[in-house]
Design a protein around this ligand. Structure first.
Ligand SMILES: *[C@@H]1O[C@H](CO)[C@@H](O)[C@H](O)[C@H]1NC(C)=O
Ligand SMILES: *[C@@H]1O[C@H](CO)[C@@H](O)[C@H](O)[C@H]1NC(C)=O
Length: 197
């Protein structure tokens, strides 16, 4: 009887800890250098990001140079149950996936987000020059994307299946024809959406 109640207490305690963790889950980022952009805020909610599902993106910045073709080196570290697992660059269906050097960040988004296409592009993004065609055509000046809805696929079915679960730290080193644009690391966690019932 005593053993049984300690087990119950342990389970309840774990459930509370798990709950608090989830509620405290926040998107965070560190800017390493940003010669071409003054980043005011970046946020994604909810964290953990649930998929398939919706996430809301906030990105407020002052661009000193326009964003067109933006070369990006990604370094992705995935942490699962406290173990850090660096993600390699590998090929899926002929496409680079993971910690690779990409010639255009826009193409990376297009590959990972099936809704990133002109037919389903969020209308509000058009005023910033984002029509979900690549490369981007974002003019210099203020960019104020506030709580814009992103439709996320089931990551397990996508080519970036490693993104399905875990805590992620992604370093992005971006550059344009004139040189370095911005370097930052973003941290967030991802979980499959619990199925109903
Ligand atoms: C990406 O480019 C950097 C700098 O040129 C290089 O050190 C790194 O090995 C490259 N990564 C891949 C996956 O090719
Ligand atoms: C981001 O994740 C990395 C790798 O797990 C970790 O070392 C770093 O402290 C995290 N940064 C923040 C701001 O949480």
């Amino acid at each position: 009887m005593r053993t049984f109640s300690s087990i119950v207490i342990a389970i309840v305690t774990l459930a509370i800890i798990a709950c608090v963790r989830a509620q405290n889950g926040k998107f965070s980022y560190v800017i390493h250098s940003a010669p071409a952009i003054d980043i005011k805020s970046i946020d994604i909610t909810p964290i953990p990001i649930l998929h398939p599902g919706e996430a809301f993106l906030t990105f407020e910045a002052d661009l000193k140079r326009p964003i067109n073709t933006i070369a990006t080196a990604l370094k992705i570290v995935r942490t699962v149950s406290g173990i850090k697992l660096p993600v390699n660059c590998y090929k899926v269906e002929g496409l680079d996936v993971g910690s690779c050097n990409y010639t255009d960040l826009c193409v990376v988004l297009k590959t990972m987000l099936p809704s990133f296409k002109p037919e389903t592009c969020p209308a509000a993004m058009a005023i910033y020059g984002i029509d979900c065609n690549c490369p981007f055509k974002i003019p210099a000046g203020k960019l104020n994307i506030i709580q814009e809805k992103l439709v996320l696929p089931d990551a397990k079915q996508s080519i970036a299946s490693f993104m399905a679960t875990g805590d992620f730290a992604i370093r992005l080193d971006t550059s344009d024809q004139q040189g370095p644009y911005a370097a930052l690391t973003v941290n967030f966690s991802v979980k499959p959406k619990p199925s109903a019932g």
